[in-house]
Design a binder for this molecule. Sequence first.
Ligand code: NAD
Length: 466
Amino acid sequence: MVVKNICCLGAGYVGGPTCSVIASKCPEIKVTVVDKSVTRIAQWNSEKLPIYEPGLDEIVKARRGKNLFFSNNIEKAILEADLIFISVNTPTKTFGNGKGRAADLKYVEGAARMIADIAKSNKIVVEKSTVPVRAAESIMNILKANNEPGVSYQILSNPEFLAEGTAIQDLMHPDRVLIGGEETPEGQLAIEELCSIYEHWIPRKSILTTNTWSSELSKLAANAMLAQRISSINSLSAVCEATGADVSEVAVAIGLDSRIGPKFLQASIGFGGSCFQKDILNLVYICESLSLPEVAAYWQQVIDMNEYQKTRFTAKVVQSLFNTVSGKNITLLGFAFKKNTGDTRESPAIHVAKTLLDEGASLNIYDPKVEESQILYDLTHPSICESPEEVKKLVKIYPDAYSATNGAHAVVICTEWDEFVTLDYREIYRSMMKPAYIFDGRKILDHEELINIGFHVQTIGKRLPR
Ligand code: NAD
């Protein structure tokens, strides 16, 4: 079989960009991205796409209506497809009075059931969603149970390693593509089919093939190792603040060791995003189920350190402001979990904002890409105040950094947007209450210059004179 028709279940941060790149690199293949959400599909078919990613608009607009389609007609897309990506969300579920947390596979299961109910011809089903090890086995059980006579399936694991904010760049030039499949002749044939799609633009040597379980585990392992690096440098940032060492200098010094390397050694208020915490929780749960409690505890510590870093930073804000923020006006610059995305899932800014609101502060918030409705949603779910109306009284969203900082007691940098580096901090200082404070949670500003202007400055991993 040569793949001529691809369907992707899930038009989110992964399904949308991934399929747009496939459509642009494989003009002979029809690619249909489907979703249950009518709003999301309408946005993909509109001028304003549902997600912001540098370079995405151009690709979608070039291919949409030619060989790239966004649709709610899931049945038609499944019937027509030779290959189906499952790219649905895999959120975290809690159980045991909130003590246990693990991946909730209800959407993956729902997607598998849809395929089983609808398909009338052979399909290659590809796990694009991040799933626990051996999820392919459960998917196959569902597919087999509702099988049409004569219809056969091959399941592949093809985890996505893109990072939000650089998704298009990562998809165009990935470090590697990973494809896992069964070690049977049919499994190997299916792997070759998927390889031949990626080979349109990715050299064969960058496409790694493994057995299904190695591929599934590699995705969890990659995110766990990346998050572990952040928690490691963040743990050292606390030691720096206590001793007078500077975490940036330490990061350079250790990063020059070629065994360690310089990437992902930026101390900050902590990692966010929909994946790191979720995938580690998933790994922890798997380890517990496999009776490996010491391994589970080891990875749990990466999450605990991240929580500690967010709490430590926010406590520093409160302590510096004479131990009370009640009735004070604090500006958060940035709300997305990192720059170049409008995604706020697990953003450290949510923790900072909720804690400050809880302590009685009023907040001014500006983010270049996050919509007001999203910020208000994040601050009211789960609710810390009586109602969204109450939050609205305490939180004001501004269209730019200057209006957001006007009259504020303190500014907290929560996201490392480039535009925050080049703001006119003299003008900002003039318009703020005095003494004026800046808490640089992303270590992007020139602290010496800010101190010269008159600010009191605090950052991560370095003691500053004022
Ligand atoms: P998302 O929430 O942005 O999108 C998932 C979409 O799937 C939603 O729009 C939802 O409506 C849709 N959906 C759910 N069930 C469906 C069904 N049965 N049929 C059709 N549509 C359905 O999620 P995302 O960020 O794109 O993540 C998807 C998966 O990829 C997750 O497992 C995630 O862990 C993984 N992943 C995410 C990233 C990232 O940076 N966001 C990176 C790598 C991997």
